[in-house]
Design a protein around this ligand. Structure first.
Ligand code: ATP
Length: 324
């Protein structure tokens, strides 16, 4: 192996730049050339490559987003598209790549590896923390801190007006962000996809909260929660059943994906990048590099894609106790 490519693919997340930096510098450390592949698999198909030396990644460890840009490529889903990508990679002398992204990006890498026996490594980058084989994905910790900071601010205005706020957070089908940021910010109730608490229980909890003398309430709702109502419908429902509440809604949206990565994400990105490159140099391929019990661990891409992630439901109980 003489030349390793690196790309970011799918949705961006804070810490991707720190991971790019780590891959580039680990290559330099081992006297391997590193090529930045722009715009994910679409840039791979188009040969949008740039050589990257250790100085080309100065001052990005602290930056959100990805300097390599990200994209979703429909063409890469086709055999012809992947053939073009293979030709571009071989023309450029690239003999392995590291892809930073989510399970879609890993699926693309896995298929490509099967078709062309091309060495690939994955680094999990998504704020949702929904990837099997790692307890933390890149960007998740930063997103948690962002959400907690914002809910703290919402709490200030909520308590000044005795209001109830529904705050919708990201996470797709996983409730990690909602559950952890909810506990961190002292939410009165947390609605996650993994557990349907039901509307009756929500009203019950709000009544209890009111009766206990709380001046404001915050309900954190994961975007994929199974209660079957949007945050706006929840607002209407609660106002109908509890007219004493003045309800507001805040959908946090894409701000959760931005911002400077937390120290945790920077360190994680550095560790994952080193392991990804060194694993390729040891002849390994088709793995995702993750972290389990604070140890860097390799999981076959196939497992990382198919494996079900779990959420610690004990946290719901902790949240309940905290809102006593
Ligand atoms: P996010 O967490 O934001 O969804 P992701 O990596 O899962 O990140 P996707 O859009 O699902 O994002 O996948 C990124 C890219 O990976 C796709 O645009 C496509 O180019 C490639 N890809 C996904 N699935 C496949 C597949 N089945 N075959 C080939 N390529 C794929």
């Amino acid at each position: 192996i003489k030349k390793i490519g690196v790309l970011t693919s799918g949705g961006d997340s804070p810490g991707m730049n720190a991971a790019i930096r780590s891959v580039v510098r680990t290559c330099a450390f081992h006297n391997i050339e590193c090529i930045g592949i722009y715009r994910g698999y679409q840039g791979m198909i188009e040969g949008d490559f740039k050589e990257m030396g250790p100085r080309s990644v100065n001052n990005i460890v602290n930056k959100g987003g990805t300097i390599l840009k990200s994209a979703r490529s429909v063409e890469f889903r086709t055999a012809e598209g992947r053939k073009k990508a293979y030709e571009k990679l071989t023309q450029a002398g690239i003999d392995a790549f590291v892809v930073i992204g989510g399970d879609g990006s890993f699926t693309g890498a896995e298929i490509f590896n099967k078709e062309y026996k091309f060495p690939v490594m994955g680094i999990p980058g998504t704020i949702d923390n929904d990837i099997y084989g790692t307890t933390h994905t890149l960007g998740y910790d930063t997103a948690l801190n962002t959400v907690v900071e914002v809910i703290d601010k919402i709490r200030d205005t909520a308590s000044s007006h005795n209001r109830l706020f529904f705050v919708e957070v990201m996470g797709r089908d996983a409730g990690h962000i909602a559950l952890n940021a909810g506990i961190g910010a002292g939410a009165e109730e947390i609605l996650i996809p993994e557990e349907d608490l039901g509307l009756e229980r929500l009203l019950e909890s709000l009544r209890k909260s009111k009766a206990s003398g709380k001046s404001s309430s915050i309900v954190v709702v994961s975007e994929g929660d199974k209660i079957g109502k949007s945050v706006f419908e929840l607002k209407d429902y609660v106002e109908e059943h509890m007219p004493e509440y003045d309800v507001r809604v805040s959908v946090l949206g894409h701000m959760q994906r931005g911002g400077s990565p937390s120290c945790f994400d920077r360190v994680l990105a550095s560790r994952l990048g080193v392991k990804a490159v060194e694993s390729i140099l040891e002849g390994k391929s088709n793995y995702m590099v993750g972290i389990i019990n604070d140890k860097i661990a390799l999981t076959p891409l196939e497992q990382a894609i198919k494996g079900e992630t779990e959420i610690d439901l004990e946290l719901l109980r902790v949240s309940d106790i905290m809102t006593t």
